[in-house]
Design a protein. Structure first.
Length: 201
């Protein structure tokens, strides 16, 4: 383990580009990945559970969607493909991840509806119909709570958030904390040790 983690702003790890294939919503995807980003060698198992078990947007979905901690863009590309009327904001602190997410949106044919940005580049007035995230649990509980305090209030009044968290990394305690913060939270699904949480106001 090096000091270069997936939440580094400017990863120093060698690039080592590769291609990641996966299926979601009945479609196949082939995305570019590289060293220095989260789950660079495969579709993260938690992300796979989230895309399989959460309610993907539909062709009728509009309004901005948020992929928080987008990495190289698997959730972003699926959301933009499933919801052709929506704009997807792909947010990550990692510059290499953002470059990859933008390239993968282009590769998938959805780039015109994807905004790949650093967190501070999201305009304050934008609210989101949906928030999707496989959040960076390993940054620590205090930092994770601060991240969610920052972004969950950006949901529109009727918006919905989807999070996936491994049970052994605190999925159930995060559920309880979100309830204590005043959110309506349901465990929408559980699979392979992961909790898929649905969050509303």
């Amino acid at each position: 383990m090096t000091g270069d983690h997936y939440f580094s702003a400017e990863p120093s790890t060698a690039t080592h580009q590769r291609e990641i294939g996966f299926s979601a919503g009945g479609r196949d995807y082939a995305l570019a990945s590289a060293g220095g980003v989260f789950s660079a060698g495969r579709l993260d198992p938690g992300t796979a559970v989230l895309l399989r078990k959460a309610d993907l947007p539909t062709a009728a979905t509009d309004g901005p969607l948020l992929d928080l901690g987008c990495g190289y863009g698997p959730i972003t590309c699926v959301l933009a493909t499933e919801a052709p009327r929506a704009t997807v904001w792909a947010v990550d602190v990692n510059a290499r991840a953002r470059d990859l997410a933008a390239a993968n949106a282009e590769r998938t044919g959805v780039a015109e509806r994807v905004r790949v940005v650093a967190p501070e580049e999201v305009p304050d007035e934008v609210t989101f119909a949906q928030l999707w995230s496989n959040p960076p649990i390993r940054i620590g509980k205090a930092e994770l709570h601060e991240l969610l305090r920052r972004w969950l209030p950006r949901l529109a009044p009727d918006g919905v958030g989807w999070l996936v968290v491994a049970r052994h990394l605190g999925g159930d305690s995060l559920h309880q904390w979100l309830v204590e913060q005043g959110w309506q939270v349901t465990r929408h699904a559980s699979q392979k040790g992961y909790r898929v949480l649905r969050i509303t106001r």
